[in-house]
Design a protein around this ligand. Sequence first.
Ligand SMILES: Nc1ncnc2c1ncn2[C@@H]1O[C@H](COP(=O)(O)OP(=O)(O)O)[C@@H](O)[C@H]1O
Ligand SMILES: [Mg+2]
Length: 155
Amino acid sequence: MTHKNSFSSIVSQADLERCAWRLAQHAQAGDVFALSGEVGAGKTTFSQAFIRALCGEATIVTSPTFTLVHTYMSLNGNSVWHYDLYRIEHPQHIVELALEDALCDGITLIEWPEIILDTLPAHTVHITFAFDENSEYRTIRFDGDKPWTTILPHL
Ligand SMILES: Nc1ncnc2c1ncn2[C@@H]1O[C@H](COP(=O)(O)OP(=O)(O)O)[C@@H](O)[C@H]1O
Ligand SMILES: [Mg+2]
């Protein structure tokens, strides 16, 4: 995959949450964010901050590990879809999860997107989370064609 814009940054949890908040300010209906990285790397933490920024600070955001998808309504009326596809064994099983509706007019976050990567739209922003060997910091890398991808380093 080659993307027009790409950057990576080493972040504390507070930095990562700020980055998610910032990204949420630019999110529009139809945007898709594919969140990759090992268990514990920070995908849900990022999603929580992102969804709270869109839907209000008091929004309760839990991991959709077992439910596979949670939906929210943003303060300005967009539907927000938060997927965790870790437990999906075959792409066909996603049919029941209304992914097409989400991609059509929602703002969509997808943890463990690997199983459907080739069906995601070209404008998907790919965010990769990785552990730092010696600290609680994480590396987050953004790859996408959206022009605002380049402003995110200024956390
Ligand atoms: N720099 C950091 N960025 C994100 N999470 C961090 C960071 N440092 C520590 N953490 C902790 O790591 C855990 C990340 O878990 P989670 O977001 O559920 O991961 P994932 O969804 O990728 O499995 C949380 O308990 C969070 O508090
Ligand atoms: Mg998670």
